[in-house]
Design a protein around this ligand. Structure first.
Ligand SMILES: Nc1ncnc2c1ncn2[C@@H]1O[C@H](COP(=O)(O)OP(=O)(O)O)[C@@H](O)[C@H]1O
Ligand SMILES: [Mg+2]
Length: 340
């Protein structure tokens, strides 16, 4: 502890760009040159917008479809704007509606590396941002002590709080990445409010401040997606930094198409019926309404059973694939029997 606080005094407010060490690499040098060019909007448009990944929402839509994700117009347009405005996209909605899959598909279609931070209660700075590699620091100190030419203590402190001793966790890894990445901060509503605050600097400035070291700023603007299952209200500060996308259960035609894309060889008419049944189940007062992933599971079940026609008895017999609470299964069974 003593070593950290002393070193902190000496190194506070040091700002270092992570690319400083990499400037010798010609590939990085050309990337840096690109980055300078795009600072001028006129240049950017003349050069075919090199700073941006997408030309139009329509292009986002067709590339997402190419990656196996079926978006609606709003999804495509928010992804497009996130890239254009350099802003993170906060994706909210019920579980299993394709929020995580959207970020994965954007990574797949752009060929970018996906860096994922899975949020959970109790996640802290050391798991989300960075950690000092204490054992390596200790070894360094021991090596120094046993050496003939002993370094000055303050010199040693400066040394052990260098980049070499940092363990980058997902947020810092995304900021330091030399290649363009997609950062997925998944299920952010599971974090407690203080930990949520850790995200703010990353989301607004794409940088991470490390008291003992300085500020690490990103060389590329990552495409950032945050997902939330709406289990609690997120802070205004976090929302302000993001574009907002609500993904609800899909319209029946889109859900039919999702089934067709995820279950190879599935019959079109049957897929339409599957989407229709799921839609009517979602209209019941259930503890947990069936998600898109459960619709897909159900279609796969029907495919395995070799079903060609969906009747009430079949639906009742396979409800456990769609509903995961006994009270929901009982309620749905009663409804289905009544409307027979
Ligand atoms: N628009 C979509 N296009 C294709 N598949 C989808 C779509 N929406 C949902 N899915 C399917 O539903 C599954 C669950 O989606 P997921 O992203 O894990 O849900 P969540 O919203 O809980 O993050 C995915 O694995 C995918 O197979
Ligand atoms: Mg998810």
């Amino acid at each position: 502890m003593r070593a950290r606080s002393t070193a902190q005094k000496g190194r506070d407010r040091v700002s270092r760009r992570p690319d400083a060490n990499q400037a010798a690499d010609p590939a990085d040098a050309s990337q840096a040159a690109d980055a300078n060019q795009v600072a001028d909007p006129a240049d950017a448009s003349q050069a075919g917008d090199p700073a941006y990944r997408f030309r139009s929402p329509g292009q986002v839509g067709s590339e997402l479809r190419g990656a196996g994700y079926l978006p609606d117009e709003r999804i495509s347009s928010v992804v497009y704007l996130g890239d254009r405005l350099g802003k993170p996209v906060l994706v909210e909605g019920p579980a299993g509606t394709g929020k995580t899959e959207l970020a994965k598909s954007v990574a797949a279609m752009t060929g970018r590396r996906l860096i994922r931070l899975q949020c959970y209660e109790g996640l802290d700075e050391a798991k989300a941002l960075y950690e000092w590699n204490y054992s390596k620091q200790l070894l360094r100190i021991q090596a120094e002590r046993s050496g003939h030419e002993r370094a000055d203590w303050s010199e040693l402190q400066a040394d052990i709080f260098g980049e070499e001793f940092l363990l980058a966790r997902p947020l810092l890894a995304a900021i330091r990445a030399p290649d363009p990445v997609v950062l997925l901060i998944d299920e952010v509503d599971r974090l407690d409010a203080e930990t949520e605050a850790l995200l703010l600097e990353v989301l607004s400035d794409y940088q991470v401040s490390i008291p003992e070291f300085g500020t690490l700023t990103s060389t590329q603007t990552p495409l950032v997606f945050l997902t939330s299952n709406n289990s609690r209200e997120l802070s205004e500060a976090l929302k302000r930094r993001c574009l907002y996308l609500y993904i609800d259960y899909p319209a029946p035609e889109r859900e039919r198409d999702i089934v067709l894309s995820r279950v190879p060889g599935f019959d079109v008419t049957l897929a339409g019926q599957v989407a229709g049944v799921v839609r009517s189940l979602r209209q019941l007062e259930l503890k947990k309404r069936p998600s898109v992933s459960e619709t897909i599971d159900w279609a796969q079940t029907l495919s395995l059973l070799g079903v060609h026609e969906i009747g009430t008895d079949l639906v009742i017999g396979t409800l456990h694939v769609l509903l995961k609470h006994q009270s929901d299964i009982e309620k749905a069974t009663t409804e289905l029997q009544r409307s027979r």
